[in-house]
Design a protein around this ligand. Structure first.
Ligand code: SF4
Length: 487
């Protein structure tokens, strides 16, 4: 649909457009011609949104916000609130016209829990925050409860700024999954890059480890992801673990995760190396427990291999195990997903992460999946609610969540854990409360700076060959930036 927007401040237009797209993702904002007129007025702490073309009922929305004059808010908070109310007005008006109630209300960001922590820092109680999530952010009561529960739980993990985490990227996979948009290449086509890549990685790991020591960083968690780190040959994999442990592991390190991703890449030799170098957590990701779907999405492994990898990993005492599932895979019914969930619960991992499919541009979505049936939004939302209940009954509690652009049914990804077995890295990375030093191709370093944290980012080249050729110059840039921001 086309929209003609009238507002006194043209700099409000991106905010208004974002709000319209929550309800109508295909919306086009035009200057003139046929379309729905939206008139936005902000005066003091009052917001009025009018849409005369929507007819008598529901054509005007207004909100006088007295709460924002609470002394805990700053002028910047007040400005932010007025923008939020403009979004709320548009979402409410267009939503009722089109019969849509977006579960996350006006929040279109990847990290909705940040709102909880922002309001906590202002001094509001969890129940006050819950009320604001409903009235200001337009979130449904179920999502507001989820968000306040997760936010409240996460607070205990926030640490002083000298604590940091480290991410090490291994951008190789046995083959490329059709839905993937991570910085990863297939070993079927790129095996020749491994040796050069590892040379670069060794140089960067040692240099960033030295930098962390010289700045007195306390490394709380280490995460080796990708890609599929365990797709390396056992000897190479062991060397990566050794470099990582030598560079970063200290008495402050409470968690060391390896993302195995593909179950067929896990074997006893690699598990032994993990034990030797102090790995505490391993992620084996089935995504589905249906062989037909595994083939369709290009994973080239079987359910039997998932079960075998879990059995092997369980022989390794004390290793926490995570399993990932995806809701909304093409060709799968809601029952298929719930069946996968049952089979994963039966394997008794410590963490289960439930993603919702977010078809992305970078993936082969259009080519491979477009002819396959996808469950409708309502069924997906119902299955997602059923998963929360089922996981709760099995003893898993939600502890982090995030959203993605184009995620199906406007849902979210949720990490669940048995109490005490949460991944601290996932919380720190998602909430952006802790600096993450990124090492390896595509790895993102995020410096968390200042009291009201501001994030600065630096991403290493995604291509393994470019990474290897640029690494020396990149290390110098990253070290200089770290010293300026956190030294
Ligand atoms: S295993 Fe993960 S990183 Fe590798 S291709 Fe599949 S989705 Fe991408």
């Amino acid at each position: 649909m086309r929209y003609i927007v009238e507002t006194r401040e043209s700099r409000d237009l991106p905010n208004i457009e974002a709000a319209i797209k929550i309800i109508d993702p295909q919306a086009e904002i035009v200057r003139e011609g046929p379309g729905i007129h939206l008139i936005v007025q902000v005066e003091g702490f009052r917001v009025v949104v009018t849409a005369p073309d929507l007819g008598e009922t529901g054509s005007c929305w207004e909100y006088q916000d007295d709460e924002i004059q609470d002394p805990r808010y700053t002028p910047a908070d007040q400005q932010r609130r007025m923008k939020e109310l403009v979004r709320l007005g548009i979402v409410r008006l267009l939503g009722s016209f089109m019969g849509k109630t977006p579960p996350w209300g006006i929040l279109s960001s990847v990290r909705p829990t940040k709102i909880y922590h922002y309001l906590r820092e202002k001094g509001f109680t969890p129940s006050e925050i819950y009320e604001k999530l409903l009235s200001v952010y337009g979130i449904t009561s179920a999502k507001a409860r989820l968000l306040t529960d997760i936010g409240g739980f996460q607070e205990r993990f926030f640490k002083p700024p000298e604590y940091v985490s480290v991410y090490v990227g291994i951008p190789f996979c046995p083959s490329r999954c059709h839905y993937c948009s991570f910085p990863a290449v297939s070993l079927e086509t790129h095996r020749h890059l491994v040796a050069r890549y590892l040379e670069g990685l060794r140089t960067e790991t040692a240099a960033i480890g030295e930098l962390c020591r010289s700045l007195g960083f306390r490394i709380e968690t280490i995460y080796i992801g990708g890609g599929t780190p365990t797709s390396l040959e056992a000897e190479d994999f062991g060397r990566v673990l050794q470099w990582t442990a030598e560079a970063f592991k200290t008495e402050d390190t409470v968690e060391f995760t390896v993302e195995a991703g593909r179950p067929e890449t896990v074997n006893w030799e690699k598990l032994e190396a993990m034990r030797r170098f102090g790995v505490t957590r391993l992620s084996i990701n089935p995504q589905t427990m249906h062989d037909r779907t595994l083939q369709l999405i290009g994973r080239n492994h079987t359910v039997a291999q998932i079960e075998a990898a879990m059995a092997e990993a369980k022989r390794f005492d004390g290793l926490l195990l995570n399993m990932d599932l995806i809701l909304g895979l093409p060709g799968e019914t809601p029952e298929d997903f719930l069946d996968s969930l049952e089979r994963v619960i039966a394997l008794n991992p410590d963490n289960i992460t439930v993603h919702t499919l977010a078809p992305k541009r970078a993936a082969k979505w259009g080519k491979v999946f477009s002819e396959l049936p996808l469950p409708d939004d309502e069924s997906l939302a119902q299955v997602s609610d059923a998963a929360v209940v089922r996981l709760d009954r099995a003893g898993y509690r939600p502890y982090y969540l995030y959203r993605q652009r184009r995620i199906l049914a406007d849902l979210e990804n949720i990490g669940y854990a048995k109490p005490g077995n949460e991944s601290i890295y996932n919380i720190q990375m998602m909430e952006e409360r802790q600096t993450i030093m990124g090492v390896g191709a595509g790895a993102v370093t995020k410096w968390v700076v200042g009291k009201e944290p501001h994030i600065s980012r630096y991403q290493n080249p995604r291509c393994p060959a470019t990474y290897a050729s640029r690494i020396v110059a990149d290390i110098a840039k990253k070290a200089q930036q770290t010293r300026i921001l956190l030294g």
